[in-house]
Design a protein. Structure first.
Length: 204
């Protein structure tokens, strides 16, 4: 694709670095920005820069946050004795969209996957165990993608907390094995959260 300006070409190149954005879509976005008033384009750039520089991660659950503690953990209306364990922040958003879960979360930052070089020490498992020990957690709900890596992670954490008086459940398998949680439709995910079952039925 031959462009008449190197500045335009550089801008298109930056947009193509975003997931799911090809050159044609990137060009359309750049041309759209060219039509906008200078103050709106500057605000767009400043917003992205500020987000990148100032966003934090909750010290308790590792969700994204504007402060040291995220809005979910700070919400007194949430059940603080129930923790939903998820792989990443996108999964927090997916579960929240169902409006079926009213506890708190714990973002692992990934799942155990030896083939990809991801071990337990690279995840936030230890801080999860500490939370369960210190906060008298009553139930741990695993909402991990239903695949071998997800089941391995559940099994590992379950063993780590086997000495604690905490009920362990997992979302019902309404989602196809091998699928990704973030791509599940809202109805399937909502049903899975509402009908969670003891983890022993799925992890042997």
């Amino acid at each position: 694709m031959q462009l008449p300006s190197s500045l335009l070409e550089n801008a298109v190149a930056q947009f193509t670095k975003l997931p799911g954005i090809g050159k044609k879509t990137a060009l359309r976005l750049v041309l759209h920005l060219l039509k906008q008033p200078n103050n709106e384009v500057e605000l767009f750039g400043e917003t992205i820069t500020r987000m990148r520089n100032e966003i934090k991660f909750c010290q308790r659950c590792h969700n994204i946050s504007d402060g040291d503690i995220c809005s979910i953990c700070a919400n007194s209306m949430r059940n603080q004795q129930v923790i939903c364990v998820v792989e990443n922040i996108r999964d927090v958003i997916a579960v929240e969209t169902t409006q079926q879960f009213h506890g708190t979360y714990h973002v692992l930052g990934g799942i155990i996957s030896p083939l990809d070089g991801v071990g337990p020490d690279q995840l936030t498992i230890e801080s999860l165990v500490n939370r369960i020990e210190k906060e008298a957690v009553e139930e741990l709900v695993f909402a991990l993608s239903p695949n071998i890596q997800g089941d391995t992670t559940i099994y590992y954490i379950q063993k780590k907390i086997s000495h604690l008086a905490c009920r362990v459940t997992t979302i019902a398998r309404g989602i196809a094995f091998g699928g990704e949680l973030e791509y599940a439709d809202e109805m399937t995910l909502a049903r899975s959260i509402a009908n969670r079952l003891p983890v022993q039925q799925y992890v042997k």
